[in-house]
Design a protein around this ligand. Structure first.
Ligand code: ATP
Ligand code: MG
Length: 440
């Protein structure tokens, strides 16, 4: 993590250099909001200035023109990259996705093109003053997320703002101001005009931040959920057997599980918690009682579809699918053979899965016996005990005169199982066991 004081000093230096060059310059956006709120860990510092990209390039040694056509430059100061953006107004916005072009303008108009009042303030590091053209301080005091200007118009300019409103409301435990909320409800069905990558990025930020559970509820209440994740919306009203799930339907359970998220969860854990029971509506049957046979396997496939649709990275999708598919196996851990248990524990996602299992149980029946069992095993076994280097390899089979083929893997697995079961304790014992198998 960047040292915050170092970040502040470097950003303040950028402001001074711009001022000395005859331009206006301020800190802008999230950092100012967080400072006014007294947030413990403020956002990165972004800088807004009247200097145009060419001026910025001239004044600073190291710059990168990341979004130069929109007036956005990266300036490296003290080894830290800062976004330095020219005061701008977006023009020609019509498709609800991105501006056609921008015009350079003054600080006040730059504040007016920002999304929510709390995000529209500037800060002057030279005078230690907050410059507030948009009622950002009022918004913070009233704990509301309020669009700057006409909410309907602001949402129509960029539909992503709907998701951003929800994300900020959840992050700060603010409410969404009524007209802004109405504009979101009216336009919720248009959220898919936004690229899936951007929707995915917003969802990720929300899921790993504070209160992911209220995020799900607010997405449902704003009607965004049914357009972004209809599979999750479909969990609403799906009843469960009361003896295992006294908390209520599958959506209520999922929300409750999300409320038990550890701090700073991994992305796969956050997504897997959201998606772990996504297969339940499709697998619901009533025999002796309500059952959801195979919902983990169906859910894993559905998770892959959801995450592919959102263009999530493959590694995340694979990890989430593994976690969803395995989440029911914790029921069997105390009865597993030692080799099966070790294979279960040696999988890459096991630590996150254990956390998911804890949330799943605590959000329903509350029985944590299997959680404690796995936790103890994981800390009791040494790494090389769970996943030891095989005593015997394919080369040994060849030296024993066997011809390589598909059967090789089966033989090696059998010897490896003996090793995991701790029935052979050395290479010699493993080779002896192998010879025994072949001679038979
Ligand atoms: P975070 O702490 O999550 O980074 P942030 O407020 O800094 O919060 P950014 O996405 O980094 O959010 O954007 C920086 C600033 O740019 C915002 O504070 C806001 O003023 C403006 N902004 C960002 N996205 C939009 C948007 N879609 N529409 C209008 N203004 C936006
Ligand atoms: Mg930011």
């Amino acid at each position: 993590m960047q040292d915050k004081q170092g970040q502040y000093n470097s950003a303040a230096r950028i402001v001074k250099i711009l001022r000395n060059g005859g331009f206006e310059a301020f800190f802008a956006g999230g950092w100012v909001r967080d400072r006014v709120m007294g947030a413990p860990s403020p956002s990165d510092i972004d800088i807004a200035t009247s200097a145009a990209p060419d001026d910025i390039r001239r004044l600073f040694g190291r710059t990168v023109g990341v979004g130069e056509q929109f007036g956005v430059m990266i300036v490296l100061e003290g080894g830290i990259p800062f976004e330095v953006a020219t005061f701008r107004a977006d023009v020609g916005i019509g498709d609800g996705r991105h501006p056609e072009s921008v015009v350079y303008t003054d600080a006040e108009n730059d504040a007016l093109r920002r999304d929510f009042t709390i995000n529209g303030m500037f800060y002057d590091p030279v005078t230690d003053e907050v410059i507030d053209y948009v009622g950002g301080r009022d918004g913070i005091n009233a704990r509301i997320i309020k669009a700057i200007g006409d909410p309907e118009q602001r949402v129509r300019e960029d539909y992503l703002r709907m998701l951003r409103a929800v994300r900020f409301a959840v992050r700060f435990n603010f409410s969404i101001e009524e007209r802004t909320l109405n504009a979101i409800r009216e336009n919720a069905h248009r959220i898919n005009a936004i690229s899936p990558e951007r929707v995915y990025a917003e969802m990720c930020k929300m899921l790993v931040g504070p209160n992911p559970h209220t995020g799900m509820e607010l997405l449902r209440d704003t009607d965004l959920l049914k357009h972004i994740l209809p599979e999750a919306e479909n969990l609403c009203g799906v009843e469960q057997p009361a003896q295992f799930h006294p908390e209520g339907d599958v959506f209520v359970h999922t929300v409750k599980a999300l409320s038990l998220m550890p701090e700073n969860p991994s992305l796969p854990l956050a997504w897997a918690t959201l998606l772990h029971d996504i297969g339940k509506p499709a697998t619901k049957t009533f025999t002796d009682r309500i059952r959801f046979n195979n919902h983990n396997v169906v859910g894993a496939k559905m998770s892959v579809n959801v995450l592919k649709r959102l263009r999530a990275p493959n590694a995340l999708t694979d990890a989430v699918a593994a976690m969803v598919e395995n989440h029911m196996n914790f029921i069997n851990v105390s009865k597993m053979r030692l080799s099966t248990l070790k294979k279960f524990l040696s999988r890459e996602t096991i630590r996150d899965e254990l956390e998911l299992h804890r949330m799943d149980c605590s959000a329903s029946h509350g029985d944590l016996e299997n959680y404690r069992f796995v936790k103890e095993k994981l800390s009791g076994f040494k790494a090389e005990q769970i996943k030891p280097k095989p005593f015997v390899t394919g080369r040994d089979l060849i030296e024993l005169g066997l011809t390589p083929g598909p059967i090789f893997g089966r033989i090696l697995d059998a010897v490896y199982d003996l090793q995991l079961e701790e029935k052979v304790a050395s290479r010699e014992e493993a080779l002896a066991a192998l010879r025994g198998m072949i001679d038979r």
